[in-house]
Ligand binder design. Sequence first.
Ligand code: SF4
Length: 246
Amino acid sequence: MKHIVAMGGAEYAKLGAPNNTGTRIVSVSGHVKRPGYYEVEVGKVTLGELINDPAFGGGLRDGRTLKAVIPGGSSAKVFKAGEKFKLKRKGADGQMTAVEVDLLDLPYDFDSLAQAGSMSGSGAIIVMDDSTDIVEALANIAEFYAQESCGQCTPCREGSLWMAKALHRLTHGQGRKQDADYLLNIAQNVQGRTICAFGEACAWPVLSFVKKFKDEFEAKGAADEEHRAKGAGPTSEMELAASPRY
Ligand code: SF4
């Protein structure tokens, strides 16, 4: 805002990248050395620079490696370390062409993140290193959305709660291997079937976390089943109900 007043709209619009003009204040949080708010020209820095450059996030703490990053607030679809994307770019001949881009080389702008299957959303970049329990991370997000649903439409009201309950089970010793598919099924039946965009906001994290880290969700559910088969851990819904959330 300050820059628009000082520079005038036309000059301000020259900042940034084509179709993604101006500046944006983004936050970088999670397992980085320098969490904080940074104002950047849209599309002039990459996701990797925002995480690793000393002027921004400063890199991961304690020599850890990247596991995942949420690029635009908790409702944005998560990226998995090492992912590559096909972005549409105008070639020298003026024709649109597909260019392969690594996750860390993704320009931080609206169009690039959308083409990579997520969004820049609120501009809140959440960085997770290899110490992250991805099931716990999603359980935390899902609980927030279950609390925030206003309850007006059934898919969101019930679906957000069912997803949070399934994730609570998975993080309290009562998981099942098929919970991964169960979660995907619920999320697919929430997105696109609600009055406001909150339906997508609660479904997209589940869809992306479970699809991209399905092995971890299934392993956790299978380990719980094995544990219970040996007579350990909560064995009934009543015992689970005694744990903090449900
Ligand atoms: S989708 Fe929106 S309107 Fe519907 S229950 Fe959820 S928050 Fe309420």
